[in-house]
Ligand binder design. Sequence first.
Ligand SMILES: [Zn+2]
Length: 87
Amino acid sequence: MPIRIVVVDKASVPVVLCEVCQQRIDSAKDGNVDWRAVDTSEPQFTHKGCSAAFRNGQSYVHKSMELIAFVEGLASLLPPAPKKERQ
Ligand SMILES: [Zn+2]
């Protein structure tokens, strides 16, 4: 799973690397998450343009979703944001 921590301007930040071209996926709207079509499998991150090549190169059936949908799914695990008081 190509999620890495890199240092940018002395800050450690997470990045997602494409399984195919190994380049950063700079925006969730430009990426896909592919996974082996079984009950439990490891997500593989690809650029949308690299996703089909990745799936076609696999010996198992893979599914795909947009990276933004994956991130939104993870975000659903977060506790609700506290309500702001009106002033
Ligand atoms: Zn790529």
